[in-house]
Design a protein around this ligand. Structure first.
Ligand code: CU
Length: 369
């Protein structure tokens, strides 16, 4: 640890000398979708936290990331220096109504902020570990070419801030995640997100972009049992989660929680999925639709796969895929390991509004035999 600390401080001293003080970046969402209470309006009254540590950690009722909160496509054609601020935040929030869990997050949301840069950009990353936190945190970005993906350079204890300057030398959609010694617990508690390094010529035009993160949670009570749920390390070691989630809450992106994503018929949408795990792969499927173009591993420089029904996304990876919406209705996004949908909360919905298209889809009437 002493060696790690020394290395870290040496690196940070260098960065300070180079004049690379922390900057901030705003993750500005596009207002194309009606997404209620992005700033986390309360849904329940939070009861007193069960420990002093939790009381110190601060409270929010929602960690679900707004799936439309994605920086816009990059139009510039020159490299830039992009400041990025990630704040490690330990927060008490709901997995579902009445079920409280102490999440560990980047910037209070799961998945963490969608970071968007261009191949050749230089990122000035700040990892800030809030004073009220209880744990060490850092970040390993798969877009970083260098030791640990930046994990050692960004290792911080509560009340510390670390800086890393790196060049995004190759394009693609990459996971970032906490990588301290008990990284599986930190990722399971919510510490993962996506950095998109756009190729120099950009990505194809789409009408909408949506950002999802899948991960699994291991708590010490049955799913749905009201009250505070602690972390169940034994269940994690056995890889037996009681929740598998998109965006940090049960059925988060559906009408029963924070509402579906919305499009109109005739439009296109690009879906970015990052799978934090820490242990389970996703069998990513769109019910009643098909992945029209799909880039495995988020590698958009490679030729797209076409008309894919279900695609495996391992923990520590991403997929980028597009959908068309020729007919109205719900498109349910699921992990096709369907017990995770029925019993563990892994469901998101895109609602397509528009006129019926009977030539493509025309339900008949029901008759008794
Ligand atoms: Cu952490």
């Amino acid at each position: 640890m002493a060696v790690e600390k020394g290395l870290k401080q040496g690196r940070r001293g260098f960065l300070k000398q180079a004049g690379l003080a922390a900057g901030t970046i705003s993750f500005i969402g596009r207002a194309q979708n009606a997404w209620p209470d992005s700033d986390g309006a309360a849904r329940i009254d939070i009861r007193p936290a069960p420990s002093g540590a939790l009381r110190r950690a601060g409270h929010v009722t929602r960690v679900t990331a707004d799936p439309t909160k994605i920086p816009p496509p990059i139009t510039r054609r020159r490299p830039a220096v992009v400041p990025v601020l990630l704040e490690a935040k330990e927060v008490l929030a709901e997995i579902e109504t009445g079920v409280l869990f102490r999440f560990m997050t980047y910037n209070g949301q799961v998945p963490g902020p969608f970071i968007r840069v261009r191949e050749g950009d230089t990122v000035e990353l700040t990892l800030r570990n809030l004073t009220e936190n209880t744990q060490a945190h850092n970040v390993d970005m798969h877009a970083v070419m260098g030791p640990g993906g930046g994990a050692l350079a960004t290792l911080t204890h509560p009340g510390e801030e670390a800086h890393l300057r790196f060049k995004a030398t190759y394009p693609g959609a990459f996971i970032y995640h906490c990588a301290v010694s008990n990284m599986d617990m930190h990722i399971s508690s919510g510490m993962f997100g996506m950095i998109l390094v756009e190729p120099k010529n950009g990505l194809p035009h789409v009408d909408h972009e949506f950002y999802l993160g899948q991960h699994e949670v291991y708590t010490d009570k049955p799913a749905g049992a009201p009250g505070y749920h602690g972390f169940n390390v034994d269940a994690m070691v056995k890889e037996q989660p009681n929740y598998v989630l998109f965006n940090g809450a049960k059925d988060a992106l559906t009408a029963t929680a924070y509402g579906p994503m919305r499009v109109h018929t005739g439009e296109t949408a690009r879906v970015f999925l990052v799978v934090g795990g820490p242990n389970l792969s996703s069998s990513f499927h769109a019910i009643g639709n098909v992945w029209q173009d799909l880039w495995p591993e988020g590698q958009t420089l490679n030729p797209a796969h076409r008309y894919i029904q279900t695609y495996p996304v391992p923990p520590g990876s991403t997929v980028v895929a597009t959908l068309r919406f020729p007919v109205p209705g719900e498109v349910k996004l699921v992990d096709h390991a369907l017990t995770r949908v029925v019993h563990k909360g892994c469901l998101a919905v895109i609602e397509a509004e528009g006129p019926e298209v009977p030539s493509t889809f025309s339900p008949g009437s029901l008759h008794k035999l």
